[in-house]
Design a protein around this ligand. Structure first.
Ligand code: ADP
Length: 264
């Protein structure tokens, strides 16, 4: 394992004093350059975790440390430079009138010089396979293409961690496949940690590690193969093991592995 990039230490959170706790004493680490998938049924607390990592929310109990800094009101502006997020709805994420304007926007806010911006626009759009759409207006793109541009816009600001919060949830199967392939490419080629948040077990097959949430608690934390081996228990907490995972298990029994080996 590499260096720890994000640490959750006994984090509990609720949306108000009279509200129930939606995260209960959660502790976990995220390492540099790993792909961590966070999975759980709807309402299990996944998006709340994402918002805590980006300082959109702060925990009432426990602490969150990102790249050595505790997340609080003072540190959040510098931490947000390290944490890029892509959300569920592709239509809510566009700010530019063309694809290239959109990718440029976050860089303009950070005062990146023009020459550098041009290089990064080209590099990041190529990384997500959207290099031929520089001047296209966003409304002409498919859902999958919009999400790929959203990923490029985040990559352009060179974050240390990219979080995709249900980024495929509103896409058709083709769009989902596009995004999962893009995510895989990006993680292999870039020096960043990747956190994918999903309720679809199919999307965790290629992750290095999986955290399973259930009712605000960490239910399990393991490599995908070990998670999938608990099919019946997963069904009890509302998670359906996909055919691909069952197939992976069968192949493994015959000496063929299609999921990643544990990181050393
Ligand atoms: P997930 O992403 O796993 O679907 P969330 O983190 O969105 O789960 O939600 C966890 C719990 O917190 C749910 O019970 C949800 O209803 C509640 N919740 C989420 N957002 C709010 C909010 N803004 N105010 C009050 N409760 C909320």
């Amino acid at each position: 394992m590499g260096k720890k990039l994000i640490e959750f230490r006994n984090v509990s959170f609720r949306y108000g004093d009279e509200q129930p706790w939606v995260l209960k004493n959660c502790s976990f680490d995220i390492y540099e350059k790993e792909w961590l998938a966070i999975i759980g049924h709807n309402g299990s607390g996944k998006s709340t975790i994402a918002k805590l990592m980006n300082g959109l929310l702060f925990p009432q109990e426990g602490e969150i440390i990102i790249d050595g800094q505790q997340v609080n009101e003072e540190s959040i502006w510098s931490i947000r430079k390290d944490v890029g997020m892509v959300f569920q709805n592709p239509d809510n994420q566009f700010v530019g009138t063309t694809v290239q304007d959109d990718v440029a926007f976050g860089m303009e806010n950070r005062g990146i010089p023009r020459e550098e911006m041009i290089t990064r626009i080209s590099e990041t759009l190529s990384a997500v396979g959207m290099q031929d759409y520089l001047l296209t207006e966003p409304h002409r793109l498919s859902g999958g293409q919009k999400q790929r541009v959203a990923i490029a816009s985040v990559l352009a600001i060179s974050p240390q961690v990219l979080i995709l919060d249900e980024a495929t949830a509103m896409l058709d199967p083709k769009g989902r496949t596009e995004i999962m392939q893009t995510v895989n490419n990006v993680q292999e080629k870039n020096e960043l940690s990747l956190i994918t948040i999903t309720h679809d077990l199919q999307e965790v097959v290629q992750a290095d590690r999986v955290i399973v949430m259930n009712d605000g608690e960490i239910w399990d934390e393991a490599i995908p193969r070990d998670i999938f081996s608990k099919k019946d228990d997963l069904r009890e907490i509302g998670l359906d093991v996909p055919f691909v995972a069952i197939l992976a298990d069968e192949l493994k029994a015959n000496g063929i592995s299609i999921t990643k080996e544990p990181l050393n």
